[in-house]
Design a protein around this ligand. Structure first.
Ligand code: FAD
Length: 289
C-alpha cells in the first residue's frame, strides 16, 4: 500500500526506527518492532546510513516489518554518497522485497566522506526514483528551515521543487515549539505545497539526547522546554516522564490544530512510544479536518 493513501479523514500515526549499530545483533530490531507493532502505527519508516556502505539492513528490516507484522514500511534512502547505479540497484532490491514507499533524502554531508557527485539535492533523487517505477515517494522538510539554507523562504522554494518532482507527502524534522510548525505550514500553503505534512515528534528523555539534537538538527529549545529539562536533568526517571509528557502535550496541540499526521521518532524505544500512544490513542480516531 502507498502510504499517501492513508491521509483521509483522521490524522496518521507513524514511527521511525533505525537499524541496529554494527556492533549490535540485527535481531535486536525484532524486539523493538515487537514492542511497537501492538501500538498499530499506520506505517513504520526505517532510516538509512548516508555513509553509503549499503549493507541493506534498511531494506531487510522493511521487508520483515511488512511480512511478519503486516505493517506498511517506508525505506529511507539517502543519496549523497551513492552513485546513480547504486540507487537503481537499491530501488530494484526494494521492488523485490515488496516495498512500496521510499523517503528520498540527500543525507548529511560528512566532511570525511567526499560525496559521489551524482546527486546534489534530494529533488534529483526524487526525479530518478519517479523515472524508475511506481514507488510512493516521501520527502523531508524543516519547520525551522534546513540548517544550510540561507533563509526559510529559499528553503521552501526548494521544497516546492522537491514536491513538484514527485513527493506525495512530507515528514518534518523534529521541533519543540509547535508555533514553528504552524508558521511553516502556512508558508508552505502560500508556496503552493499541498501534500500532507506529518509532524516529526521526538520525545527527549535524557540530557545527552538534547545536546545531540541541538548539534545535529539545530533545533530551537523553547524556554518552557529548557526549564523542564534543567529541573530534572539529574533525575533520570523524572526526566524521562517529563520528556514523555512534553511530547504528549505537543501531539495534543497538533491534532487539535488539524495536523495531517504525527511521525514519532521512537529511538527504538517501545516503552516510551507505548506511554505516548496510550495517552493520545483516542485523538487519532477523531476526524482530521
Ligand atoms: P534537500 O531537500 O536536498 O535539502 C538540503 C539543502 O539543500 C536545503 O538547505 C535546501 O534548501 C537546499 N537545496 C535543495 N535544493 C536546492 C537547489 N536546487 N539549489 C540550492 N539549494 C538547494 N539522513 C540520513 O542520512 N538517513 C536517514 O535515514 C535520514 N532520515 C531523515 C528523516 C527525516 C524525516 C528528516 C527530516 C531527515 C532525515 N535525515 C536522514 C537527515 C537529512 O538527510 C538531512 O537533514 C540532510 O541535510 C538534508 O536532507 P534533505 O533530503 O532534506 O535534502
Amino acid at each position: 500500500m502507498k502510504t499517501s493513501e492513508l491521509f483521509n479523514n483522521r490524522p496518521t500515526l507513524s514511527f521511525e526506527v533505525f537499524p541496529p549499530k554494527s556492533d549490535t545483533p540485527i535481531e535486536s530490531i525484532y524486539k523493538t518492532i515487537d514492542g511497537l507493532a501492538p501500538l498499530e502505527p499506520d506505517f513504520i519508516s526505517v532510516t538509512y546510513g548516508a555513509g553509503g556502505s549499503g549493507n541493506n539492513a534498511t531494506i531487510g528490516i522493511c521487508a520483515m516489518i511488512k511480512e511478519k507484522y503486516g505493517i506498511e514500511p517506508v525505506a529511507h534512502l539517502a543519496c549523497i554518497n551513492l552513485t546513480r547505479d547504486k540507487v537503481v540497484s537499491e530501488l530494484e532490491e526494494m521492488k523485490k522485497a515488496g516495498i512500496e514507499n521510499v523517503l528520498a533524502l540527500r543525507g548529511d554531508i560528512n566532511p570525511s566522506i567526499p560525496p559521489k557527485e551524482d546527486f546534489r539535492y534530494a529533488s534529483e533523487l526524487v526525479r530518478l526514483i519517479k523515472k524508475n517505477g511506481d514507488i510512493n515517494i516521501l520527502g523531508a522538510c524543516y519547520p525551522e528551515g534546513h540548517p544550510e539554507a540561507p533563509n526559510i523562504v529559499e528553503d521552501i522554494r526548494h521544497l516546492k521543487e522537491k514536491v513538484d518532482a514527485g513527493c506525495s507527502q512530507l515528514v518534518t524534522q523534529l521541533f519543540f515549539d509547535n508555533e514553528d510548525f504552524y508558521s511553516f505550514r502556512e508558508k508552505t500553503a502560500i508556496a503552493g505545497i499541498n501534500v500532507p505534512i506529518e509532524a516529526g515528534i521526538m520525545p527527549v528523555t535524557n540530557k545527552k539526547q538534547i545536546e545531540r539534537m541541538v548539534t545535529l538538527c539545530h533545533a530551537k529549545l523553547p524556554k518552557k522546554f529548557v526549564t523542564i529539562m534543567e529541573k530534572y536533568e539529574h533525575d533520570p526517571v523524572a526526566m524521562r516522564d517529563a520528556g514523555i509528557a512534553y511530547a504528549v502535550s505537543q501531539i495534543v496541540d497538533l491534532i487539535a490544530n488539524d495536523v495531517d499526521g504525527i511521525h514519532l521518532y521512537t529511538m527504538n524505544n517501545p516503552y516510551i512510544a507505548e506511554k505516548i500512544c496510550t495517552a493520545v490513542k483516542s485523538l487519532f480516531r477523531s476526524p482530521a479536518k
